[in-house]
Design a protein around this ligand. Sequence first.
Ligand code: 5RP
Length: 219
Amino acid sequence: MADQDIGKRRAAEAALEFLPQDEVIGVGTGSTVNFFIDCLGALRQRIKGAVASSVATAERLQAQGIDLVDLNDAGTLSVYIDGADEATAHRQLIKGGGGALTREKIIAAASRQFVCIADESKRVGRLGAFPLPVEVIPMARSYVAREIVALGGRPVYRHGFVTDNGNIILDVHGLDIVEPIKLEQTLNNIAGVVSNGLFAARGADVLLIGSATGVQRIA
Ligand code: 5RP
């Protein structure tokens, strides 16, 4: 197994410590989370079920025999486990490489604790080298792109991709993200933007960074 995958798996295994007893948990999307879901299968009796952040995650959870729960029926979740594309020591993140950012943001907001799992390649000093995903209502694509250019970004349309919510993604390159919370709010205020991949106002509560040599916990 490649070192990056070992790091993902180690972070995923470390997250099992945060599993509550007999409660519904939130589960994110991506290859790191897939390692977590694979581990969760053996522990499925311990939880009541899971709220999935994407269709892909829902299918994987079901394959492990884990009951799916609608967020509207779950109330506040005690824990949400998800990956990231970039993570800082302040636990602020860029997410959405897999295009599930809006549902991920909703579940993170509805959870008391957000545990982020990532391999060490995701750790950055400053957010923005990874193109920032922005989910946009299809008819607003050109307008939102122009607004993002005015902010200094270079939006690239993610061709052939439709989110689970029926929207499109603009991946924004070239942003020097000095004030992540401010940029998160500014982008959210553009008409037609559904959400953006900055998880800064509500970052992770715990960051588990896995590598070939172990897991670093940042809380
Ligand atoms: C999906 C996400 C993922 O958490 C992010 O893209 C990281 O994915 P991976 O674990 O495959 O590196 O935000 O929308």
